[in-house]
Design a protein around this ligand. Structure first.
Ligand SMILES: O=C1O[C@H](COP(=O)(O)O)[C@@H](O)[C@H](O)[C@H]1O
Length: 257
């Protein structure tokens, strides 16, 4: 049984700090219950701010970093040292500062990596990374926590409105070309892959996101507002600041912890 919860924070700084605190608690709980945990990272302003907060939190030492798998929900297909790359932002904000096991950090290929500028090959390779990590009979692992952001037009990961990629039902990872938001070429998990996560946390701030948030929570079709289709199979947690929540018509109560 999947549940949706919405928590609204006064401002983006509080949102990032609170999301980081939640993340520590959730990872520690999962590691206590199952030994290891997996987290899927996102790029974007809020996603990287949360990682920075986590780095600065003394509670981060409660996590056993050697038993944490890191994946990405999407990546910009640019050179490895480009500031546009989600991996680079995540490494600078957190990953380079904690004792992760390098073989447990599963980045998507850059455009100057082993597949050169072949974005199809990069997407296929990441699908193989996921299927190798999944249990028998599955193409995608049951991620513990997937962090996602969203765009003002409703995109999440790199799934944009009214595209073939948001309609994809067979593949777990797709190459994405001609994105309306630069950079134009990306690699993205698909909605079916996103829905393999136990928990999806949708984190965003600012008035520019308010329409998309309201439409998604009102149940807009995922082809029009892709983030509408991003949910965890146990829990979907929206972490918003007051501005991003500004167009919600329903009053959401904070969930009991
Ligand atoms: O391009 C992307 O944008 C979204 C949202 O980013 P934001 O800065 O507007 O919050 C992000 O979730 C995604 O990973 C990224 O590739």
């Amino acid at each position: 049984m999947s549940r949706t919860e919405v928590v609204v924070y006064e401002n983006p700084d509080l949102l990032a700090a609170a999301a980081a605190a939640r993340l520590v608690t959730r990872i520690v709980d999962v590691q206590a219950a199952r030994g290891a945990a997996s987290v899927v990272l996102t790029g974007g302003g809020t996603g990287i701010a949360v990682l920075r907060e986590l780095r600065e939190s003394s509670a981060r030492d409660a996590i056993d970093w050697s038993r944490l798998d890191i994946y990405w929900g999407d990546e910009r297909f640019v050179p490895a040292d480009s500031d546009e790359r989600n991996e680079k932002g995540a490494r600078e904000a957190l990953l380079d500062h904690v004792p992760l096991a390098p073989e447990r950090v599963h980045a998507m290929a850059p455009s100057d990596g082993e597949f050169g500028d072949d974005v199809d090959a990069a997407a296929e390779a990441y699908a193989k990374v996921l299927s190798d990590a999944a249990g028998p009979g599955a193409d995608v692992p049951e991620f513990d926590i997937m962090l996602l952001g969203l765009g003002g037009e409703g995109h999440t990961a790199s799934l944009f409105p009214e595209t073939a990629e948001v309609r994809e039902t067979q593949r777990s990872v797709v190459p994405v070309r001609d994105c309306p938001k630069p950079p134009p070429t990306r690699v993205s998990l698909t909605l079916p892959a996103i829905r393999r996560a136990r928990e999806v946390w949708l984190m965003t701030a600012g008035t520019a996101k308010a329409d998309a948030v309201a439409q998604a929570l009102a149940g807009a079709p995922e082809t029009q507002i892709p983030v509408s289709g991003a949910r965890g199979y146990r829990r979907t947690l929206w972490l918003l600041d007051r501005e991003a929540a500004g167009k919600l018509t329903k009053v959401y109560q904070p969930p009991a912890e």
